[in-house]
Design a protein around this ligand. Structure first.
Ligand code: CA
Length: 229
């Protein structure tokens, strides 16, 4: 598993790459400019690999690469994306320190294979991101605060998200309503425990079929049951 940052100013290509990453079972976050990516990166968001278009409006891909490389202790593994007639050739991209270079247009499978190879070389393919929880059809990404069921995004409120995250962090262990409140609502929440029941109800409705993972434990509270796969 890997969490991939995509920096590409062409919307159609951005969507295609996001789709390619999803097909390869990677999570990703796409940015339309180097500036957008930088604000996420500087806020502490962590990525396993960067797919970086060279020609961008504003800060260029190569300048972004230099900026990160010069500031960070360890550079994010990077694959440059370039138009066929770009000013920069493969040799100079690799000279700069990039891990790989791919020329547009490229196929989904080719891109996936390159990403996999770079992640493997970087030793990241075996270090799952602890902010990404996956169980059965449910994928919870705390980096982007998104939840998908079978690849389809599910809109959750902040509390529903925190509730699901609490349960998925302790798969198989029953959590009392009070524990859930402490985790998802915060320590000082002066809220009645039946609030948890109300949120479990709306969360289950939104998860549809996948709600079968959230089990009521009589006399205790709730648990996320991995045996339901
Ligand atoms: Ca471009």
């Amino acid at each position: 598993m890997g969490h991939i940052a995509i920096v590409e100013d062409e919307a159609i290509l951005r969507e295609l790459i996001s789709y390619a990453m999803e097909t390869c079972h990677y999570t990703s976050r796409a940015f339309g400019s180097a500036e957008e990516f930088l604000s996420s990166y500087q806020a502490g968001d962590i990525y396993d690999l960067l797919l970086l278009d060279i020609t961008l409006p504003g800060i260029s891909g190569t300048d972004l690469y230099r900026t990160i490389r010069d500031a960070a202790e360890s550079m994010i593994p990077t694959i440059f994306l370039s138009a066929h007639n770009a000013e920069m050739d493969k040799v100079s991209a690799l000279d700069l320190g990039a891990d790989d270079y791919i020329t547009k247009p490229f196929g989904v499978l080719e891109l996936g294979a390159r990403v996999k190879a770079v992640l493997r070389r970087a030793g990241r393919s075996t270090s799952p991101d602890r902010n990404i929880l996956r169980q059965g059809p449910i994928l919870l990404d705390a980096n982007t605060r998104t939840v998908k069921v079978d690849g389809i995004p599910v809109e959750l409120t902040n509390k529903e998200f925190a509730l699901l995250e609490s349960l998925m962090q302790d798969i198989g262990r029953p959590l009392s309503r009070q524990e859930i409140l402490d985790r998802a609502w915060g320590v000082n929440a002066a809220i009645e425990t039946r609030t948890v029941d109300m949120h479990v109800k709306t969360l289950r409705r939104k998860l549809g079929d996948a709600s079968r993972f959230i089990r009521t434990v009589r006399g205790v509270g709730y648990k996320f049951d991995s045996n339901m796969v």
